[in-house]
Write a protein that binds this ligand. Structure first.
Ligand code: DGL
Length: 265
């Protein structure tokens, strides 16, 4: 029996493509449904209560419609706030995306690193907990940037953004007291790895950028080990909760990630 059930990814926008890409590299025959919650975008400036109410309900609808074998919350904001509620509500494996603090602590030579996420993510107790568990001997500086989310969305819509916009975002971290010692930055929002090369290009010194994407891909491969995949998977689907012109402008970027079908939820 061929198992056509897809892997379902959820983000507020295109950020989850930074998780989808390494997953497709490991599992090229996996059917994929990618949901961008464009009607709820951006998540990072919303309250905990809004995210906690919205994400489990939306995933419930998506699971009913697409019957996935596994759900990936490809969003740090949604994962750090709503992962336990989603797991409790769904009767299938759920993989979350949380800030890659452990790899950053392993890589930092100066023992000072930055966490760049959304405003909502960087204030989560979940992040305090990760820092305490994996980076107790490090100074961990944080910066929330809604601007960088918008920059990534615009770049993927084909609109080239100016260097100075990236420089301003980095300054939010590097100009903090102690920021001159930062040698590693965690891209703790899935949008940010999509523009990591732009950040690296304007950094005043070499800084390593780390994110959770490759680790999540390995986790998905582990959880689906031994499962059958179709020889030729159905074309990937991008599902928007609001399908407007802005969403349509993303079509080339989505197609580059194997998402050839675009539809509204
Ligand atoms: N990509 C999301 C994250 O990883 C959220 C971006 C947003 O909608 O603010 O946090």
């Amino acid at each position: 029996m061929v198992d056509e059930r897809p892997i379902l990814f959820l983000d507020s926008g295109v950020g989850g493509l930074s998780v989808l890409a390494p997953t497709r590299a490991l599992l090229p025959r996996a059917p994929v449904v990618y949901c961008a919650d464009s009607a709820g975008y951006p998540y990072g400036t919303r309250s905990e209560a809004e995210i906690a109410a919205r994400v489990p309900a939306l995933l419930g609808r998506l699971v009913e419609r697409y019957r996935p074998r596994l759900v990936v919350i490809a969003c740090n904001t949604a994962s750090t706030i709503a992962l336990p509620a989603v797991r409790a509500a769904l009767d299938l494996p759920v993989v979350g995306t949380v800030p890659a603090i452990k790899p950053a602590a392993e890589a930092s030579v100066t023992r000072t690193f930055g966490v760049l996420g959304t405003d909502a993510t960087v204030r989560q107790p979940y992040v305090d907990d990760l820092a305490q568990r994996f980076a107790a001997d490090c100074r961990v500086l944080r910066h929330g940037s809604a601007a960088l989310v918008a920059l990534a969305e615009a770049e993927l819509a084909g609109e080239r953004q100016a260097d100075h916009a990236y420089r301003t975002v980095l300054a939010g971290l590097l100009d903090q007291p102690g920021g001159d010692a930062i040698d590693v930055i965690v891209n703790a929002c899935t949008h940010f790895p999509l523009v990591a090369d732009r950040l690296a290009a304007v950094a005043p010194r070499p800084i390593a950028f780390v994110d959770g994407g490759p680790g999540i891909a390995r986790r998905i491969a582990f959880l689906t080990k031994g499962q059958a995949w179709p020889d030729t998977p159905a074309p990937g689907r991008a599902v928007f909760t609001r399908l407007d012109d802005a969403a349509r402008r993303l079509a080339p970027a989505l197609a580059a990630h194997g998402l050839d079908v675009i539809e509204a939820l």
